[in-house]
Design a protein around this ligand. Sequence first.
Ligand SMILES: [Zn+2]
Length: 234
Amino acid sequence: MFIGHFGLALAAKRVAPRTSLGTLGAAAQWVDLLWPLLVLAGVERVRIDPGNTAFTPLDFEYYPWTHSLLLVLVWAAGFAAAYHLRTRYRRGTATVAALVASHWVLDVLTHRPDLPLAPGSAARVGLGLWNSVPATVAVEGTVFAAGVAIYARSTRPRNRTGSWALWSLVAFLALVYASSALAGPPPRWAGRGSPCGSSSSGWRGRTATAPPWSRTARNGGRRWRRPRTGRWWL
Ligand SMILES: [Zn+2]
């Protein structure tokens, strides 16, 4: 999910008006901000697998440190503690904690069963909304539109810049989302064969997981280019 998370962040402004929209957005997307860093570090794994779901070609093989229920709750507590130390704003603290945790709930709605409950746990959950592009866009678009409406009603722009800034942000997020929904899988890596040498389909393998400096990312001394996955917010 992408703009659905921002929809909740926008709506949360009504609950915690003194918390900045930037902080609310960062809280709602916190684990997705960490996720690419852990993938780059080789701690978590994702691979390109067109058809994995109708909406995304990404197969989230291993991401318990950012996307398991237990760790999301730990991140929520940590984010809230840092926010509280900085602001002492209790309502905002509870709101950012709820937003960080809400990410997992919304992801359960969209992901196929790949979300772990805890590191080391074999149980995976996910309701698989991504199996239908129209249903995904309808649900996520509704959550986003509701969030925009709540934000617009509960705030007042100080000047024209404030008004333009909000609608520019809304248009930007909608555009990014639309281009993502219409985009196909990323182009295959340049070079001969499969970077990991274990694939017959060409897409499979650990192509999206190996950092460019790792041995996996090299083949005969040749460095492979990392594909642009296009969707890092999942
Ligand atoms: Zn996510």
